[in-house]
Design a protein around this ligand. Structure first.
Ligand code: GDP
Ligand code: MG
Length: 679
């Protein structure tokens, strides 16, 4: 044997070398409880047995073959007193797992204090402890002890009953009293007195003991049968009739194994409802109470145990959960949408709760449920930021997906803007909702509605911005087309000045502008633009068109171009005759008259060009003088001033410059006559 923390473990019997059947001294002779029992329960392989295990212990005088009986019944290896020494020195309580059964067998070793006149403390405490922690207490006695109050340890039993009732007699919170089976095993039964008679005697003795107990006042009406069932067995003399002894023991053993028997001993009513993984802690608590005789009742003890164990189980479940959840925190924080996060979160959460439920649900229900709610709270508060982070990242990803889909859809010509928006928006929302739903965890009050409506708002403003850009682009295209289309006609009309020149130009302008406007409106339909947006866009278009016309006119009336036009007009009249044939001046020609006429006709053109003014006043174009427009750079636009091509001084200046040019033609014409005379 070896001592661990002052407690012996393992016997020297060969069977003890197997961990599953090691025995452990749970109380040593210093009356200390072993810290090793939890480990030992594990080594016995009973850690996960739940309620599927039983506890049996034995009570009786010294050297009445208790250990021998237990070893025979359960295949344990408790020490049996050496025949030659007839004396036992160690004190303590030993536990061993029964061979092939989920049963913890408890054996008490000790001196018979009463007979030896020693301190009875240990035997009392050990008896009380056995009674309080076991389902079945075997009361072992010689046949000849039956009916002998003192010799059969009845006095000790009385004391033990009394303290037990005081300490543990109250009902537990679920309304049950702790029930225990007292199994009387009568040893060295000769057979002359039938078992039935012995049984009657023992039952009467027990009743006597019960009646004589001093009970707590609130329990004074409680009956023996409220707490105990009595059962009986008799065994023949082991030394005299060993074979019979052995076969009777085997017969008795069946009562511990065969659940279908009426006299099966481990009835559910006796079970203490402590899961196997908590039994060490529970027993230690009972020993503590027995030792200190604290007036604690068993239900409180069960609650304390439940609190302790449920906390432990919860902590273990939580640490596993945290291990799982931790690696996903960083990707979420860095903005990643984590694939199948919801699935993972559901698994972690379920894993933690399943684990907790598996181990903790067997404990006191109130405590178990309370601690479970705490666990759920902690788990969910860890998962919630992951969920919210995932939503945020999903929102970002979907929005940028929407943007690029918009750009993609608006590439090239011939797309319908509204269709592009609708398709992209639908895909964006679908993707978000699918991702968000995946991340939901049942049993939480999480929702993604708020984030979805935020996303919708942002999608809308991106779409609006795109529409504005589109409108700008379209107006630019229309403006370019407009310029192209008016260029030639304006050039033409300005090069052939007639009195209705402006009428023609303005008509072309109006026609072209009308076409542009309706082409804008046709396209704008697919934009879902508002009326206000359309009005602004059209106003812009008109100003741009007018400005384009004006710059075309400016180009055609720039000084040199305009002087060229005048010169050409003058030349046509002065140097060519009515048939368009070049004139050859003769001395008798009226050069002066022709010159004057041509010059004056030409000069008359200047006021015609100076102002955009059609004969048909209905053609006069008007524009608002102050456009409020987000599409144009808004320099002040003063429409009436744009009608003036040449100011009065400018007109005078141009007239003078033309006259000088004309004079040169006159001189040239004169010279040509002189030279023709000279020929
Ligand atoms: P314990 O002190 O009650 O645990 O008794 P033990 O099991 O150590 O046995 C004490 C002595 O009684 C040993 O010498 C055993 O051989 C002997 N013994 C065991 N069983 C019986 C029995 O059924 N009848 C008799 N007469 N002796 C027994
Ligand atoms: Mg013994």
């Amino acid at each position: 044997m070896q001592a661990v923390n002052g407690h012996y473990t393992n016997g020297d019997a060969p069977a003890s070398t197997e961990p599953s059947y090691e025995r452990v001294q749970i109380i040593n002779d210093e009356k200390q409880f072993t810290p090793e029992l939890t480990n030992q329960v594990q080594r016995w392989g009973l850690q996960n047995a739940g309620f599927d295990y039983d506890i049996v212990s034995v009570f009786g005088s010294q050297s009445t073959g208790k250990s021998t009986l237990l070893n025979r019944l359960f295949g344990t290896n408790f020490d049996v007193m050496d025949e030659t020494q007839r004396q036992q020195t160690t004190k303590g309580i030993w536990v061993c797992r029964a061979k092939g059964m989920n049963v913890m067998v408890m054996d008490v070793e000790g001196t018979d204090g009463r007979e030896r006149g020693e301190d009875q403390d240990f035997e009392r405490k050990s008896a009380l402890f056995s009674l309080a922690s076991s389902e079945v207490l075997i009361i072992n006695l010689w046949e000849h002890q039956v009916g002998l109050y003192q010799g059969a340890n009845m006095g000790l039993l009385k004391t033990v009953f009394e303290v037990n009732l005081g300490l543990f007699g109250k009902k537990s919170s679920d309304g049950r009293s702790q029930r225990t089976l007292l199994l009387f095993v009568i040893r060295d039964h000769i057979g002359t007195t039938p078992l039935a008679n012995l049984r009657a005697t023992l039952t009467a003795d027990m009743q006597k003991i019960w009646d004589s107990l001093s009970k707590p006042s609130e329990l004074k009406d409680r009956q023996l049968s409220d707490y105990f069932d009595l059962s009986f067995a008799a065994l023949p003399h082991k030394i005299l009739v060993p074979d019979k002894f052995e076969s009777e023991v085997q017969e008795l053993r069946k009562r511990f194994i065969e659940k279908s028997r009426d006299d099966y001993v481990f009835k559910p009513a006796y079970h203490k409802r402590i899961p196997a993984d908590g039994v060490a802690f529970y027993m230690e608590g009972i020993w503590e109470q027995v030792q200190t005789n604290k007036d604690l009742d068993l239900p409180t003890q069960q609650e304390l145990l439940a609190q302790f164990r449920c906390d432990e189980i919860s902590t273990a479940a939580l640490s596993e959960f945290n291990e799982q959840a931790k690696p996903q925190r960083r990707p979420i924080e860095s903005g990643k949408v984590v694939e199948a996060l919801g699935n993972m979160m559901r698994n972690w959460r379920k894993g933690a709760l399943d684990r907790y439920d598996r181990d903790a649900s067997r404990y006191h229900q109130g405590v178990y449920k309370r601690k479970r709610a705490d666990l759920v709270g902690v788990v969910d508060s860890t998962l919630s930021p992951l969920f919210l982070g995932q939503l945020k990242n999903l929102h970002k990803a979907c929005l940028s997906g929407f943007k690029s889909e918009m750009l993609e859809g608006m590439r090239g010509e011939g797309y319908n803007f509204a269709d592009v928006v609708i398709a992209a928006r639908e895909r964006c929302e679908k993707r978000f909702v699918a991702g968000a739903k995946e991340a939901l965890v049942e049993g939480t009050d999480w929702s993604y509605e708020e984030e979805l409506s935020l996303l919708r708002g942002e999608v809308q403003s991106v779409a609006d911005q795109c529409r504005k850009d589109e409108t700008k682009k379209m107006i630019n295209v229309i403006e370019r087309n407009f310029k192209r289309q008016i260029s030639e006609p304006v050039e033409l009309y300005l090069s052939k000045p007639t009195t209705d020149m402006w009428d023609k130009i303005l008509s072309v302008f109006r026609e072209t502008l009308d076409k542009m406007e309706s082409s804008y409106l046709a396209k704008a339909k697919s934009f879902n633009s508002t009326d206000e947006e359309n009005a602004t866009a059209l106003a812009t278009l008109r100003i741009r068109a007018w400005t384009a016309l004006r710059s075309k006119i400016d180009e055609q009336t720039a000084d040199t171009v305009f002087l060229g036009k005048l010169r050409a007009y003058f030349e046509e009249r002065f140097r060519y005759d009515e048939q368009g044939v070049p004139r050859v001046w003769r001395p008798d020609d009226d050069i002066d008259g022709a010159f004057k006429k041509a010059r004056d006709q030409t000069v008359e053109l200047i006021p015609l060009y100076s102002k955009i003014s059609p004969i048909d006043k209905s053609l006069e174009y008007t524009l608002p003088s102050e456009p409020s427009d987000y599409l144009t750079s808004t320099e002040d636009f003063d429409f009436p001033s744009t009608l003036i091509i040449f100011s009065e001084t400018k007109a005078l200046d141009l007239g003078n410059r033309f006259r000088r040019d004309a004079d040169a033609y006159y001189v040239e014409a004169k010279r040509s006559t002189v030279s023709s005379i000279a020929q």
